[in-house]
Design a protein around this ligand. Structure first.
Ligand SMILES: NC(=O)c1ccc[n+]([C@@H]2O[C@H](COP(=O)([O-])OP(=O)(O)OC[C@H]3O[C@@H](n4cnc5c(N)ncnc54)[C@H](OP(=O)(O)O)[C@@H]3O)[C@@H](O)[C@H]2O)c1
Length: 285
């Protein structure tokens, strides 16, 4: 990944290389989204997260173009929505995403959510074919709990490089981190700030005040620390519309928490799930 600025770590696995801090783009749309993407890339972000469902792929593509960066300097993820339950439907969704993003390839293409009616082998075949055809450099899943990810890996159909799930200081992913560590799968933490709520917790705010950093930075540093602590690879994709918080979130790469601070945050509740739609899978799988 050429041109990566600052201290943001580059995660490297057998299947992909991904900057450990990316910009989440949901629910931004229109001019706000385009400006946020262009601005973030100007600050040094080199990883963008979007999805068919966000309705902002055109703007993400425009922001990327406006940044003046070369396509290969930026790691770009998008996802096919859960109603694409067969291989052909997912293939068509990926091709439509490429059109909207105005790019010849994706760095990572994900199944956005599992669904009860999905043809899992067929979807994994479509992912493998997207990679073989050069439309996605890496492929993976999102919102797959540990059991479902294990079964998908055991099928051996697609080289699953990533599982993107909700993960933050108020929601642990211990079981999934073990599966990811054993199979060289990156766990990408979405909603890593708990939509801002992690930093509002007095324990997190107190640590931030003592270290002279911002509470959101402590939230992100804690999520990132779960990689080395579990022998796994963890990235975070905080969403911030404006320059101040984008800068702050990127700066989390330089924040390191002591064992005592990690232990204090370990003791917080770990069951505060914030993204839980009707069509969610069995999280205890
Ligand atoms: N795969 C999935 O199913 C899935 C589900 C949900 C999300 N995602 C992805 O993950 C990304 C991030 O998740 P999210 O947007 O749900 O939650 P988040 O990143 O945890 O929180 C975003 C919220 O926190 C605020 N914020 C940003 N930086 C902050 C800071 N340093 N201190 C305090 N508040 C801050 C933002 O406000 P401002 O923008 O006003 O600064 C926004 O309201 C999404 O954008 C999307 O790309 C994926």
């Amino acid at each position: 990944m050429a041109g990566l600025l600052g201290a943001v770590k580059l995660l490297e696995t057998s299947r992909m290389r991904m900057p450990s801090i990316g910009l989440g783009t949901w629910p931004m749309k229109g001019a706000e989204c385009e400006a946020a993407v262009e601005g973030a890339l100007g600050l040094g972000y080199r990883h963008l997260d979007t999805a068919e469902m966000y309705g902002n792929e055109v703007e993400v593509g425009r922001g990327l173009k406006a940044s003046g960066l070369k396509r290969e300097e930026v790691f770009l993820t998008t996802k096919g929505w859960w109603d694409k339950s067969t291989g052909p439907a997912l293939r068509a969704a990926a091709e439509a995403s490429l059109d909207r993003l105005s790019t010849p390839y994706l760095d990572l293409y994900l199944i956005h959510w599992p669904s009860p009616q999905m043809d899992l082998p067929g979807l994994l075949e479509a992912l493998a074919k997207l990679q073989q055809d050069g439309l996605a450099k890496a492929v993976g899943v999102a919102n797959f709990p540990a059991g479902l990810l294990s079964r998908a890996l055991a099928l051996g159909i697609a080289p699953i490089a990533c599982d993107q799930v909700e993960h933050h200081a108020l929601l642990s992913q211990e079981k999934l981190l073990k599966v990811c560590a054993a199979h060289d799968v990156v766990l990408t933490s979405y909603t890593p700030l708990g939509k801002g709520r992690v930093g509002e917790h007095p324990v997190v705010a107190g640590i931030a005040a003592r270290l002279g950093v911002m509470p959101g930075q402590v939230a992100l540093a804690y999520a990132l620390a779960q990689g080395p602590r579990h022998g796994a690879q963890v990235s975070v994709i905080p969403k911030a519309a404006g320059t101040a918080r984008q800068t702050e979130n990127l700066g989390a790469a330089g924040v390191f928490l002591s064992e005592a601070d990690l232990a204090a945050i370990d003791a917080l509740p770990k069951d505060q799930r914030m993204v839980n739609p009707d069509f969610r899978p069995n999280w205890n799988d």
